[in-house]
Structures are given as C-alpha cells and as structure tokens.
Ligand binder design. Structure first.
Ligand code: ADP
Length: 382
C-alpha cells in the first residue's frame, strides 16, 4: 500500500487541532479538535491531548501505525531566522525550535510537545515542521528591519518575522488561480482577518511585507490584540501605571483589540450590537476598519501594481460588512466592490469586485491544513 496520507497537527496554546489528509485524492478521512487543555475536565496538558488525538484516530482504524501514513506535518509558529522552509524533524531541529521559545513563549513549547509525542508514538515516520514565519522570510531588509540600534536588534533577534505564513502563501496562490493568472506575475494584498489578523503584500508569490512583527501583536486591530501602537505607550504604562511586563503583555495581547474597545471580540456579536445602535460597538468596528484601510493603502504603495485583494479567515470570509467598509470609496485606486456579489455567501473562492474594478477583489477561504500537508508531503516524497 502506498503511503499517501499526511496527519496535520496544529498544537496551539490551549488546543490541538488535527486533520488527516489523503494527498492522492484530496479526501480528509479524519479531523478533530481537543480544546481547553489544562482546564478542569479536559486534557491536563499537550502530551495528554496528543495521546487523545492518537487514540481517536486509532479507534477509527486510522491510527499512527497506519501504513497509509506518509508523514506528520506540524504547524510551528516561530522559525526565527533559522527556518525558512519546511524542515524534516531531527533531534537537532527540535533543539533549534526550543531555542526560539523566547520569541514565541506561548506557542513554540506546545508545538515541540506535539512533535515529541508524535515521534514517540511512531518513531520511524517522517515528521515535518512547517513554520508560520517561513513564507515571510523573503521580505527585503528594508521591510523587516526595525529602525533601532543595529547591535541591540541583532543581539536579541529583533526584527519583523511575520506570522500566518501558510495562510498567506496558500491564499496568494489560490487568488492567482482564481484569476487564471500565473502566480509568478500576480501581485496580491492578502487580508487574513480571523481572531488574529494580518495583512501581507505578495509580489509574484514572494512576500514583500507583512503586518505582524517580532510577535503576532503588531499590525491590524485583532479580536483581543491591539495591533500597532506607539511603543512609548508601553513605557508609559510601566512608569505611570506601574504595570510589569507580564501585565502589559496580558493587556495588549488578551484584553485589547475589539474586546478591549467594546467588550466583544466576535465580529458577529459586534454586528448585532451595531444593528441595535450600540455606539461602542460601532466605534470598535470603525477603528478596526480604519486600520485595515491603512494597510491596503500602504501595501498598494509597496506593490506599485495591485492585481488582487484577497479576504480570508473567519472575518474576511464571512463578514460582507467588513469587506465593504474596508474598501469603500477606493475607486480612485482602482478598487470597486460589487454590493450584490459581496453579499452572497459561499464556501469556495469567489470574486466580489465590480466588472469595472481594475483590482480584482476576492474572498478566498484559507486552508492552512492543506498547505501544511502539501509542504510536508512534497518534502517526504522527493
Ligand atoms: P482564528 O483561527 O484566528 O482563531 P478564525 O479565522 O476562525 O480565527 O476567525 C474567528 C473569527 O471569525 C470569530 O472571532 C468571528 O469574529 C469571525 N467570524 C466567524 N464567522 C463570522 C460571521 N459569519 N460573520 C462575521 N464574523 C465571523
């Protein structure tokens, strides 16, 4: 039996998501989620969660011992400057990923646990790490270097890395396919608007700039993260409000963004509240939209020529109101959304721009699992 299946593992800070994808026919024989790790009544830790995933798969006859399994593909959040491509996992690779924990303290430890447990369960199976940062490694230094003292920056690995890379890679390519264009000759602004959110400027399949930075905190307004702010705000909070680094971290990552602005981080709830005339929800929406528009303008300038703008992830794929507001009044930039197309719901990639729009506007559902599976599979089958 040929091994054509890839198990994709996404070990997040408090959950493990998995999908089993058959690369021969595109089917997904299994998918699932173990949530609330560490909370009462749930898996105690990531190790237990992973063993639960393995047991669930085993119960369906799809266990890690299956001869159809070609590889396990692990999503790893931070690859630093060390990992710019999908990488076959060895002991040395695990050590290197662990060295990056200071850059991603919530995520990389969970990712490493996922790798260790999967390896222990099936030591002979190739395991591949696919990094969230990798797609952005092509950014020119003018885009990735922060304008601070060089020595300090380099000593502490401070630079823009960018995240959601598998999504930006997948969506930029899928957008070119939707337009029936050669990806190598297509410039796309990708707006990944989920609970976390990021924008990227992709030229000919190569990332030129992205909104997230050293960590996923920079850039767009997100569900619970502030996105861009004057770095002096942090100093002010420390000096004037007496907050320590962990409190500032918690404030900016978990209690800011839409949640901090209006008490809700779910765009659906914000939409409901706006419909009832809720001013705070409206303001949160406006701040969110203002930031997206700024990045669309900035990346239009970075790319020079924009062929398409692609909306993806939970908000981007589902909120017609966000898409309409973000691109309203940009006809001078060649961007025109068709109201009827935009309002139609759908689960496949589709165009929502007007016929007269010079820039194609698209809704392109992301598929990070498929992208990870593809990358892992191509690495083990060469
Ligand atoms: P993540 O992967 O970052 O956790 P998702 O890409 O799944 O996030 O996006 C989740 C967010 O998508 C939710 O918080 C919600 O705000 C938004 N969302 C989901 N469905 C809808 C919808 N129908 N309309 C508006 N927003 C939606």
């Amino acid at each position: 039996m040929t091994a054509t299946r890839v198990l994709v593992l996404n070990s997040g800070s408090s959950s493990v998501k998995y999908q089993l994808i058959d690369m021969a026919d595109g089917t997904r024989p299994a998918a699932g989620l173990v949530e609330r790790i560490g909370e009462p009544g749930a898996a105690a830790d990531h190790g237990e969660a992973l063993r639960q995933v393995a047991a669930d798969l085993g119960a369906k006859g799809l266990g890690l011992d299956s001869p159809q399994l070609a590889a396990v593909g692990h999503r790893v959040v931070h690859g630093g400057t060390r990992f710019t491509e999908p990488t076959l996992i060895t002991d040395e690779v695990i050590e290197e990923i662990e060295k990056l924990v200071p850059l991603a303290p919530l995520h990389n430890p969970a990712n490493v646990t996922g790798i260790r447990v999967a390896r222990a369960l099936r030591p002979d199976l190739p395991q591949v790490a696919v990094f969230d940062t990798a797609f952005h490694s092509t950014m020119p230094e003018a885009a990735y270097r922060y304008a601070i003292d060089r020595q300090t920056a380099d000593a502490h690995q401070i630079r823009r890395y960018g995240f959601h890379g598998t999504s930006h890679a997948y969506v930029s390519r899928a957008t070119a396919a939707l337009l029936d264009r050669d990806p190598a000759d297509t410039n796309v602004i990708v707006l990944h608007l989920g609970n976390g959110a990021s924008a990227s400027a992709v030229s000919g399949g190569v990332c030129l700039d992205t909104s997230m930075g050293l960590t996923p905190l920079e850039g767009l307004v997100m569900g619970t993260r502030s996105g861009d702010l004057d770095p002096a705000v942090l100093l002010h909070l420390q000096r004037s409000a007496g907050m320590g680094p962990d409190e500032v971290d918690d404030l900016l990552n978990k209690r800011s963004g839409l949640l901090g602005l209006c008490g809700d981080n779910d765009m659906r709830e914000i939409g409901r509240r706006m419909a009832e005339g809720d001013e705070q929800a409206r303001l949160a929406f406006d701040i969110y939209i203002h930031r997206v528009r700024k990045y669309v303008g900035a990346y239009t300038a970075v790319l020079g020529r924009v062929d398409a703008i692609a909306f993806t992830a939970g908000v981007g794929e589902n909120s017609a109101a966000v898409r309409e507001a973000a691109l309203r009044g940009l006809a001078r930039l060649g961007i025109e959304v068709d109201a009827v197309r935009n309002a139609e719901r759908g689960s496949v990639a589709r165009l929502i721009s007007a016929e007269s729009s010079r820039v194609a506007v698209a809704v392109v559902p992301t598929d990070e699992e498929l992208e990870i599976a593809r990358e892992a599979y191509s690495l083990v089958t060469v």
